[in-house]
Write a protein that binds this ligand. Structure first.
Ligand code: GUN
Length: 282
């Protein structure tokens, strides 16, 4: 079975749109997401456009603030401080990566944790690891939504996560652990990776290398979640971290690239924006 993140996100966004339509009567306004984009990286611009489009579908007010890559760290911090203080703003997202002269941690730490729709603030990350109420970052949350929608039981399963990033690998491992999977996190220094991935019943791949996971690395019946967004070095087309054609016949469930995890990430950003709005409104 191929899980379409595109279809699932369309359905979830339609449900959110219905909910948001009732907000003006109840709360006097709709949620407001502010996206800050520094520089002119084409991929970042494309992601930010996707966020604006999804906001429109759901009925969330979206403001995208574009800044040149000559902006200083102090100027960006001042911008965030203004957004933190602005009561009409519910969610703040600073698109990453930032130019080299700006310290990303300082920027993330400056966003009010109540408006941190990315769930990247240290206090949200700490709360996740302490099983306390928090904003869960969008990609890991989207992955769990997809597994649930596909009817995959997580409890008791051997889950293997390839990649240990703060944004995907670590939080998705924690979410799987919280759902009682037995989780192994693999990375660039892992010895004999295929012997570990072959034991996986659920395999999440977030390593950022085109078609890294080959057919021989996966056992029959594995649930495969591909988080990769890469350009195929030969064709220039988008491709995942998993060699889809080789792995799909063995997998019981698999996500495509594009149209898999990506749309679910944006969908969960909408969810997080609504969540921040509701916490601030009630
Ligand atoms: N760049 C790539 N993915 C993300 C994300 O999830 N959030 C932000 N802010 N920037 C990103």
């Amino acid at each position: 079975m191929i899980i379409s993140g595109k279809e699932l996100s369309t359905k979830l966004k339609a449900e959110m749109a219905e909910e948001v339509a009732g907000f003006p009567a109840k709360y006097g306004r709709v949620p407001h997401l502010v996206v800050v984009l520094v520089g002119d990286d084409p991929a970042s611009h494309s992601y930010v456009r996707g966020k604006a489009k999804a906001s429109e579908v759901v009925g969330i007010k979206n403001t995208t603030i574009l800044k040149p890559d000559t902006i200083t760290e102090e100027e960006l911090l001042a911008l965030i401080s203004g957004l933190n203080a602005d009561d009409t703003v519910d969610g703040i997202l600073v698109q990453l990566p930032l130019p080299g002269h700006i310290n990303e941690s300082r920027i993330i730490n400056a966003i009010s944790k109540e408006k941190d729709v990315d769930g990247f603030h240290p206090l949200n990350v700490a709360a996740l690891w302490m099983k306390q109420p928090c904003i869960v970052s969008c990609t890991p949350k989207g992955i769990i939504r997809m597994l649930e929608a596909a009817g995959v039981e997580i409890k008791g399963k051997r889950a293997v996560v390839i990649g240990r990033s703060q944004i995907v690998g670590l939080p998705v491992a924690k979410l799987l652990l919280d759902r009682n999977a037995t989780v192994t996190i693999c990375h660039s220094k892992t010895v004999d990776l295929p012997s570990i991935t072959r034991q996986a019943e659920i395999l999440v791949v977030a390593i950022g290398r085109p078609r890294f996971v080959t057919g021989d690395m996966v056992s029959e019946g594995t649930v495969v979640i591909d988080v990769g967004v890469n350009r195929d070095p030969e064709t220039g087309k988008l491709c995942g971290d998993v060699d889809f054609d080789a792995v799909e016949p063995k997998a019981s469930v698999i996500t495509p690239v594009p149209g898999g995890v990506g749309p679910m990430t944006i969908c969960c950003l909408m969810e997080n924006t609504i969540e921040c709005f509701l916490r601030r409104s009630s």
